[in-house]
Design a protein around this ligand. Sequence first.
Ligand SMILES: *Cc1c(COP(=O)(O)O)cnc(C)c1O
Length: 354
Amino acid sequence: MSRYFSSRFSGLTPYVPGEQPQDQQYIKLNTNESPYPPSPAAVEWATAHTRSLNLYSDPECRELREALGQSLGVEPDQIMVTNGSDEVLNFAFMAFCDNENPAVFPDITYGFYPVFAQVNRVPYVEIPLKEDFTVDTDALCAAEGTIFLANPNAPTGILLGLDEIARMAASRPDRVVVVDEAYIDFGGESALKLLDRYDNLLITRTFSKLRALAGGRLGYGVGSPALMQDLNTLRYSTNPYNVNSMTLSMGLAILRDKETVLHNRDSIIRVREETEAELKKRGFLVLPSSTNFVFARTPAMDGASLYQALKAKGVLVRHFTPERIRDFNRITIGTREQMQAFFRVLDEILGGRS
Ligand SMILES: *Cc1c(COP(=O)(O)O)cnc(C)c1O
């Protein structure tokens, strides 16, 4: 830390992203990216746009909002487009939390939430997941403050039903409930259909997972026009050109290419089911996943040792250190070939121990 760093941030612990190693080729199952390239049309459209890079991108992202609105069944003024969904989440902490409205989220969830709370200097309350790692809806409803809920949750992969989300939105109409739907495409029902009933719902989405555009950085929020206005006030006060024009055009191309997206979704779900079965055959406990990853532990060794042993053999998964989950590893679902390679390595490790 330099002596110039503001004391406001001296206690801040930044988010630690999953490893993106550049030194060697790993089988990379650690950051929930798509194992498939983005739609070929996306790459073509992005290239076509390099010619107009002398101009700023459209700060209103009008074309993409119109296309998104059509595909989601909402009005364009219910959508705000951002540089990944992390950005809209940060704006939500900024906009809807303060000393009277602390952020409220489960103790085991997306690791960025406590960081967003800290950087925006708002208090936060962590509600423990239940024994079976499901979300404690009653406790969230009873807590005062702005709820942030990843659904399905990460890193557990567990989906919460829509009636539970509705219960949270109804519990206190004077607070915002943010539903982070980064993984909703892999088996869940979206809270979009609740928007007509609850004007305190904010849904965040990303192109980083199923839509294979993690490196393009594209996300968005959906909610009432009034909520969007608040978020836009902050966006225009921070970075009106937050999404670059190549990424905007890639988003449009991906939206049109529904076939590739559905095909990839079906493949990932199929390989996820195979992976769950193979892990269980080897004695793993696997939490029920509605995502593109599985969260699993083996009685044969602790989570950190398994993570290290896999890494030493060229397979990257994600390990987390909090007490309750440190025997688990989060394994992204790759292609069938990648998962076969994962199991070959896993069997070497586990076989060597028995
Ligand atoms: C990946 C992820 C995000 C955000 O990803 P972006 O790349 O910023 O869109 C948000 N929430 C959860 C739970 C995630 O796993």
